[in-house]
Design a protein around this ligand. Structure first.
Ligand code: MRU
Length: 348
């Protein structure tokens, strides 16, 4: 299994995803601020992985904290929660993980625990969030593989793999499980401009797993579908609204429209921690704007001329009516999503 992020006794260690596939370099964060910076600068990215990183960053920050007394300790904890919450706005897993850490912290405070006990509690919870995410991905894989047709040629967008989670992946978890069942003949990985998660990360993961992989630019998905070259689409999600609208990497909406036009089933794979019942529909999901340089430049090379405006939304929203099903660790939700998504939580 790929090492995305790991808790060590005095550090949070993560593979630097900006450097893959050329270099496999591990970044050792020793403060909460370093973890927050790693999230913001995309050393680690992908909704579930961001949540795990934030939880571990909080645990690390409190372990390192020199403040005395429970009261000051709580003030520091809240400061670090705000720091983590300010890193990236769209992936709801970030806020889900922070809320979970807050809940566990509050329980400890109410139980009258010492600073040492509270720290141990936070470390334990961060590790639980990590381990549960791997288990959810594997469950999603099993559920999703069942709807992948035999001999499937599958298209995916961005990277929703082991690198985007604590391990195994959401969309790539489905692909991995389907490949293990002998159902996959080819995976097409959208390059995913401008950060190239598909070309760099998805292709790297799949090639390592010896799953047949072809990289295409986004603009090639249309002609490929028109030729009848795609049987199934599966992508991840950063936030799914209560009505089933899906925010995911920009370009996902285009793929969903193409899939609809060509009669290809378009599935989303995501854990319950990505489903935000408090957000009624996709119009309410905050969309992160990334720096212009990601579009104007490729590495150190300028592509667009000085003076050209740049629009760089990191995500888009795919309306629920384009989604054939939402694959979760509790099974597949189908339209109408207002009912089916809520039912998944009620089954808890
Ligand atoms: O900007 P990124 O790389 O964090 O965006 C990642 C995605 O859009 C993924 O598809 C999504 O987070 C799902 S990851 C399992």
């Amino acid at each position: 299994m790929l090492p995305t992020i790991e808790w060590q006794s005095d550090a949070v260690v993560m593979v630097d995803q900006r450097k893959l596939p050329g270099q496999e370099i591990y970044l050792r964060c020793t403060t909460a601020a370093e973890v927050a910076r790693a999230i913001k600068t995309m050393v680690i990215r992908g909704a579930p992985a961001i949540g795990v990183a934030a939880a571990m960053g909080l645990a690390l920050g409190m372990q390192r904290s020199r403040v005395q007394g429970t009261r000051q300790y709580a003030v520091e904890f809240n400061r670090l929660c705000d720091l983590m919450a300010g890193t990236r706005p769209t992936a709801v897993n970030l806020f889900w993980a922070i809320d979970r850490m807050k809940r566990v912290f509050g329980e400890g405070v109410r139980a009258g625990e010492s600073v040492t006990e509270l720290t141990a509690r936070l470390i334990r919870e961060a590790q639980l969030i990590h381990d549960a995410d791997v288990a959810s991905c594997q469950a999603m894989g099993r559920a999703g593989a069942a709807v992948v047709p035999e001999g499937a040629r599958i298209l995916t967008h961005c990277n929703a793999g082991a690198l985007a989670t604590a391990g195994y992946g959401t969309a790539l978890g489905v692909i991995r499980a389907a490949a293990e069942a002998g159902k996959v003949s080819q995976v097409y990985a959208d390059e995913t401009r401008p950060f190239l998660q598909g070309a760099r990360l998805t292709a790297w993961e799949l090639v390592r797993d010896q799953i047949p992989t072809t990289v295409i630019t986004e603009s090639m998905a249309g002609p490929l579908m028109r030729q009848g070259g795609i049987d199934f689409v599966v992508v991840g999600a950063d936030r799914i609204a209560a009505n089933g609208d899906v925010a995911n990497k920009v370009g996902t909406y285009t793929v969903a429209v193409l899939a609809k036009t060509h009669g290809v089933p378009f599935y989303v794979a995501a854990p319950l921690s990505t489903i935000d019942l408090a957000t009624p529909d996709g119009s309410q999901i905050p969309i992160e704007q990334r720096p212009a340089r990601e579009v104007s430049h490729l590495g150190a090379t300028r592509l667009a001329p000085e003076g050209a405006g740049i629009w760089n939304p990191a995500f888009d929203v795919t309306p629920a009516e384009l989604v054939a099903g939402i694959i979760t660790e509790r099974g597949i939700a189908r339209a109408p999503y207002g009912d089916s998504l809520r039912a998944l939580f009620d089954a808890q």
